[in-house]
Design a protein around this ligand. Structure first.
Ligand code: HEM
Length: 512
């Protein structure tokens, strides 16, 4: 045996079974004492179901938003000062535009990878809000919001609100014809708030619309304040998730008091890292190949112009639709005007929808008198009333979303705009009342069908010598067998050698 080999082996033995990494972590633990907590964190058990990935899509698209957003902030100029455009996009040459618009067009044509980053950022935002909504629907329809997770539901609803608000703020920044019109609508919505509207408008815009400061303010809100609050709330959301442990669907070995799944390390970490790469990759592909928000085609904002087929980003569609179809009602009295045509669809209605979302866990508890802890999820068909109520709200919001395209529908089907407008009014009003009973009925039917949704096994019918017919279930097919593994009890690796004994004074001593 050579000296070198001996030295190597002795060095390895001195380092312990985990080598340099283990030694470095050991040194860290001597100072911070994180090994015990870290070990139990890495051993944490996560239940597995495809629908639990929806929250992860939200998380990772937010990471993509932060990364691409930092890139954009290096080039975007939040200024409403007017400049003459002489950039690389020749059709705009010589036009008087705001610096914000000029810098956004430059980002698209003059900055290397700028257009890719802009488009990835925009796609990531649409995916972010979309995955939050579907994740929220999963939590709602499976009853994951019930005790003890009501607080996480409330944090989640706030996150959805902030995601929509921040999407709108970012969408406004390029100051193109479409986004400028959006800011104009937002200004009118603020003005329509009874009593305080005009003061609020002055506060936000620093004067009358458009003023000279609104883009600067939107910028600070969009890149600093709202993302900061979102990061804080997502952290709280995740801490609560780990603390309360994830829910699980009923199944082999699963009870209200246990968690059946794979450990955080390596199973969950490998899956979730792969998933993060997939979300980033898909967003990059969309950013590279699917055009989104081509602001150079829209042109700069000009209050006197608006073009056909201008729709907001999808998550603002319900609000735009509500504004389009609401009748032109207003209230004038005591020297005040309340434009009900704006106040009701754009202030009262969203207030009711989000208010209902915040209140739902409490309302359901009130009606069902169910105050028990729930770690096992519901199958949506087993809760027909809740499911039908959720479907009714979604049907109503979907109709409002469609109503945000009245101009496109009228043009496409060669119909008068007024016919489309009236049809959408009727559909919006009827949709929840049609959707509720249908969803309720389907749930009841699914409940009545044993093994509903699964492949049924045949019955073998035979006749006895007495003439009696007997039905016996046919033997199960191999692929009809349960594909779930038997859960194993996790051994306790960490034992506390010194259980604490309280002394007479009530003072406790802990080892450092
Ligand atoms: C920025 C937005 C959000 C992010 C990044 C996020 C992320 C996550 C993740 C990764 C999970 C664990 C996996 C899963 O169950 O899907 C989770 C669970 C949960 N989320 Fe969210 N979420 C967000 C918004 C929301 C919203 C809008 C709601 C509802 C209003 C909500 C309510 C919940 C609840 C109650 C759980 C626990 C579910 C359970 O244990 O089954 N979240 N969230």
């Amino acid at each position: 045996m050579s000296d070198a080999a001996v030295t190597k082996r002795t060095r390895r033995a001195a380092l312990g079974p985990y080598g340099q990494v283990g030694k470095a972590l050991g040194e860290l633990d001597d100072r911070l004492g994180v090994a015990k907590g870290g070990r139990s964190f890495l051993d944490k058990i996560f239940p597995d179901h495809w629908s639990f990935m929806l929250g992860e899509i939200a998380l990772y698209s937010f990471v993509v938003l932060l990364a691409t957003g930092v890139f954009l902030s290096l080039y975007y100029i939040p200024s409403q000062a007017i400049v003459t455009y002489h950039g690389s996009y020749l059709p705009l040459d010589g036009q008087r535009v705001t610096q914000a618009y000029a810098s956004s067009v430059d980002l698209s044509f003059a900055v290397r990878a700028g257009l890719l980053m802009r488009q990835m950022h925009h796609w990531a935002c649409d995916i972010f809000v979309g995955s939050i909504v579907i994740h929220m629907a999963r939590v709602f329809f499976t009853g994951a919001f019930r005790k003890p997770r009501e607080l996480n539901w409330t944090i989640g609803t706030t996150l959805l609100t902030l995601a929509i608000v921040n999407g709108f703020l970012g969408y406004s920044l390029p100051d193109d014809l479409v986004s400028g019109t959006g800011i104009r609508i937002a200004y009118s919505i603020i003005l329509s708030v009874p009593l305080v509207g005009s003061y609020l408008g002055f506060l936000v815009f620093g004067g009358n619309f458009p003023g000279t400061v609104v883009l600067e303010r939107f910028y600070i809100l969009h890149v600093l304040i709202v993302p900061g609050i979102i990061i804080a709330l997502v952290t709280a959301h995740m801490v609560l998730l780990v603390r309360q442990k994830h829910t699980q669907f009923p199944g082999e070995g699963r009870t209200e008091d246990n968690v059946v799944g794979g450990p955080m390390f390596p199973v969950f970490m490998a899956k979730t890292t792969g998933f993060m790469l997939i979300v980033t990759g898909v967003t990059a592909l969309l950013g590279a190949f699917a055009q989104i928000n081509p602001i150079w085609q829209f042109g700069p904002y000009d209050a006197s112009r608006i073009s056909y087929a201008v729709q907001p980003d999808w998550y603002m569609g319900f609000l735009d639709g509500a504004l389009r179809i609401f009748p032109s009602w207003s209230f004038h009295s005591f020297g005040y005007t309340i434009p009900l045509e704006v106040t009701i669809p754009a202030v009262v209605f969203p207030g009711l929808v989000f208010g209902l979302a915040y209140m739902w866990p409490a309302l359901e508890r009130l009606v069902t008198k169910d105050h028990a802890m729930h770690n096992l999820l519901d199958h949506p068909s087993n809760r027909p009333k809740r499911t039908a109520a959720g479907v009714a709200v979604l049907a109503n919001l979907s109709m409002l979303f469609i109503a945000s395209s009245t101009d496109v529908i009228a043009n496409f089907f060669h119909l008068p705009l007024n016919t489309v407008l009236w049809s959408m009014r009727i559909l919006v009003l009827l949709s929840p009342f049609v959707a509720y009973p249908i969803a309720y009925r389907i749930c009841k039917e699914l409940q009545a069908t044993k093994g509903g949704g699964k492949r049924k096994t045949a019955n073998v019918v035979s006749r006895t010598t007495e003439g009696e017919y007997v039905a016996t279930p046919a033997p199960v097919y191999v692929d009809d067998m349960k594909d779930e593994l038997h859960p194993m009890q996790v051994p306790t690796f960490i034992t506390d050698p010194t259980p604490e004994e309280p002394d007479d004074t009530g003072v406790r001593t802990v080892e450092r």
